[in-house]
Design a protein around this ligand. Sequence first.
Ligand code: GLN
Length: 261
Amino acid sequence: MKSIKDFLRNDVEDISKLLCLALNKTQEQLYANLDYQLVDTELSVLLGYIDQRKKGKPFAYIKGSQGFYDLDFIVSPATLIPRPETELLIDITLNLLDKNKNLNVLDLGTGSGVIAITISEKRPKWKLSATDLSLDALNIARLNSTKNIDFYCGSWFDPVPPETFDLIVSNPPYINEHDPHLQDLRYEPIEALVSGDDGLNDIREIINKSTLFLNSGGYLLLEHGYDQKDRIVKLLEESYTSIKTFKDLNKVDRAILAKLR
Ligand code: GLN
């Protein structure tokens, strides 16, 4: 027989979260019942989770969901796991535009839908559209969505109807294909992470075509890699003005906002 306490001594990563999941308990309940002996069915579920986690599967994929901002989102291996850094895009957006106006906002490469859905939850008057190349990802986004968001399947602007937006926001792939850090991300969809030799292929395409889909004075807001700020400012300068850059919680350059000239 094994108790909660026995497992907590284990050095498996995320062991307390795996215990909560297997036993359907909160962290508080877990620590209040340290001597609880797991029954056979709980044990076999937990050992299955531990096995997956030891092989490197991220906890969010084992659980099938991940918190973002103040909401919880279903995730699958078809979608990137939402990162806390991406919450910066939400904060910038909510501070930028008037919540009482009927604005038109587009999220490119929505994945599990976190950006579009969080914005639409916080700003019910705005009309949200979202695209993704992956139909599997869009199906997860649709499951996550409670509001009326228009989802389109295709590459960047290709599936977007001929309309213009007040804000285009995106967390595109931006890691370069040689980055050794990709080894740690092997469970996540590579097409949501990697963007060519310098990590900027998708950002270049988005910047180039965005001007056709923005209202005059409309904004483009992008998440990017830690060393890409200066190169992206250069790309934006041709058509954009009022370029502002933002650091994430780790004080790393992470987002850029620009206004169409
Ligand atoms: N921020 C993620 C990471 O470095 C990458 C997300 C992305 O490419 N959009 O793990």
